[in-house]
Design a protein around this ligand. Sequence first.
Ligand SMILES: Nc1ncnc2c1ncn2[C@@H]1O[C@H](COP(=O)(O)OP(=O)(O)OP(=O)(O)O)[C@@H](O)[C@H]1O
Ligand SMILES: [Mg+2]
Length: 311
Amino acid sequence: MSSTAEAIVKPAGTPPAVDLREEFETSGVREVLAELDRDLIGLAPVKKRIRETAALLLVERARKSMGLAQETPTLHMSFTGNPGTGKTTVALRMADLLHRLGYIRKGHLVSVTRDDLVGQYIGHTAPKTKEVLKRAMGGVLFIDEAYYLYRPENERDYGQEAIEILLQVMENQRDDLVVILAGYSERMDRFFQSNPGFRSRIAHHIDFPDYTDEELLKIAETMLAHQHYVLDEEALTVMRDYIAKRRGQPHFANARSIRNALDRARLRQANRLFETSKGPLDATALSTISAEDIMASRVFSIAAKAARAEQ
Ligand SMILES: Nc1ncnc2c1ncn2[C@@H]1O[C@H](COP(=O)(O)OP(=O)(O)OP(=O)(O)O)[C@@H](O)[C@H]1O
Ligand SMILES: [Mg+2]
């Protein structure tokens, strides 16, 4: 035996071996990962990172049970990506995962932005930030568009006060709170450059890519299926076209744009049924979105106008 192996002295009462597979099953981690895979379209790199994190934590937990690890690993994270790429959705799953692994007591997620943490007047920021931290303890604190906390152009900005409190808690109470900072990639990069304290406290950076057109179409179908709606064949073709056009227009927000488009399509479908139906409607009629329900979107008229202007 090597001298390093001999140097590991295990306290009495520790198990001789740990079955990671069994831990994977009984902790419910397998279930969370399977749900993540099933419910969320695309996001392959994100899913991979989460599986890796889960494996690391399972091993860490096993090591702890054998007295091989004392410190809680740093679990604070940053989620970067464009709007509607699934950051909030994945953060909720992450909270569940960390809870099942026993890293947080409660597994809830408190989602905040600058305004929830920073006050308008002197003396307001500390109590506000502390109140949020109190609510989040035992769970995950999700800070959306975290870079707004830092406003270098404003000399007397109260954001700095919130940052200092957050940094302290991220260090001292990391066994009871996980902080996830979220936002657009470039702005987050700049934020980390000016706030090395945050950078050094965050171990896991996960980047959320934009969805492809195919993925967005699948997301549309999944969202509708959840609500017991379907696109008929023609509507599917129009939706494909809608996605390609919508991507090039202002305020495109990936899956969020799809969700909004489907809300409006359902509204149009309801009005169409209401105005055109003469007799009783069956389940198929009530749950089918047809081409015209999507065609009526402004996205098509804006695209047509742009095309005319180019000619
Ligand atoms: N991969 C996916 N599969 C299915 N639905 C998804 C997927 N990603 C996101 N969604 C849905 O799209 C919507 C927007 O996602 P979410 O709020 O998680 O994105 P976000 O990155 O937090 O966006 P924002 O930057 O606007 O806060 C939600 O309704 C979510 O359920
Ligand atoms: Mg969000």
